[in-house]
Write a protein that binds this ligand. Structure first.
Ligand code: PBG
Length: 321
């Protein structure tokens, strides 16, 4: 005699729907978008575009119409606009600020507009901060630039700033800088646990990264789980309004730890390599694209993410409606 039969709860679609533990909501999806003076498609991210300033507002409107809960904007300057310090990152007419003004003008407060607060797209060496004469990334000197960037982004229309450079104390400094300008209501989404991942490869094509070397002195070692929790706890203590784990799919253990410890919303970033792999396999007919996309994001929510940044946000929101 078999006493326990878990299959009873899987007998029909109606039964499975009834007992489903998590469901992905369109409003918890955030679409990362690129704005650039050199618009074009990104070959390693089929379906993703670097939008010109004139197209970014319309593209953001389409995402919002599909039901996404927010957008995260990255700026891609022309090579000629890069310099050692990444000054276009906080210039009023820097590409990201122009993009933010276009998006805010198109959307107002209809969605949450987030900005990537990091220098790597704007520096000639491609690092997330200033370099010392010896060539290491200078944590403390970089913090003031992040504050300037955050303020410039808010003035251009961002509701949320999102420091992704993994400098120590970046959240504390940005919070103090915003508050000093009276910008108390601007939230900080902190990249709390961000790993030095091979899965950022396609993103670097997207932003035409000029990275020399690697980011292993500031992004985390993929082998370290406990350290992810420590990074998140520090960001919470520094005043982060939301914390993020990145990448997502290969770091579900870290995400689960952070979700258990956090008393603020937890985001996870399904990165460009995670996107590219599924697109590539689906393009070959090796996996069912829609099922794989849905499963990959469901797994991230199941692990504890309240918010998911994914390049499929618009399409997935359409499917879920
Ligand atoms: C750094 C940044 C990166 C990504 C987001 N912000 C690249 C990096 O750290 O090298 C990667 C996102 C992705 O791969 O989708 N500003």
């Amino acid at each position: 005699m078999i006493q326990f039969r878990p299959r009873r709860l899987r007998t029909t679609p109606a039964m499975r729907r009834l007992v489903r533990e998590v469901e992905v909501r369109p409003s918890q999806l955030v679409l990362p978008m690129f704005v650039s003076d050199t618009p074009g498609d990104i070959s390693s991210m089929p379906g993703v575009r670097r939008h010109g300033v004139d197209e970014i507002g319309g593209a953001a409107e389409r995402a919002v119409a599909a039901g996404v809960g927010g957008i995260m904007l990255f700026g891609v300057p022309a090579d000629s606009a890069k310099d050692e310090q990444g000054t276009q990152g906080w210039a009023e007419d820097g590409i990201l600020q122009r993009g933010l003004r276009a998006v805010r003008g198109a959307l107002g407060n209809d969605t949450v507009i987030m900005a990537d607060t990091c220098l790597d797209e704007f520096t000639t060496h491609g690092h997330c901060g200033f370099l010392t004469p010896e060539g290491t990334v200078d944590n403390d000197a970089t913090l003031a630039a992040y504050v300037s960037m955050a303020i410039a982004q808010v003035e251009a229309g961002a509701h949320v700033v999102s420091p992704s450079g993994m400098m120590d104390a970046q959240v504390e400094h940005i919070r103090a800088g915003l508050d000093g300008q009276g910008l108390h209501d601007i939230a900080i989404l902190a990249y709390a646990a961000k790993y030095a991942s091979a899965f950022y490869g396609p993103f670097r094509e997207a932003v035409a990264s000029s990275l020399q070397g690697d980011r292993r002195t500031y992004q985390q070692d993929p082998a370290n789980r406990r350290e992810g929790l420590r990074e998140a706890e520090l960001d919470l203590a520094e005043g982060a309004d939301m914390v993020m784990v990145k990448p997502a799919g290969y770091y579900l253990d870290v995400l689960s730890d952070v979700a258990a410890a956090s008393d603020v919303p937890v985001a996870a970033y399904q990165v460009s390599g995670e996107y590219a792999m599924i697109e590539a396999a689906a393009g070959q007919g090796w996996i069912d694209r829609r099922a794989a996309v849905t499963e990959s994001v469901t797994a991230i929510v199941r692990a504890g993410a309240d918010i998911v940044l994914t390049y499929w946000a618009e399409e997935l929101a359409t499917w879920l409606k």
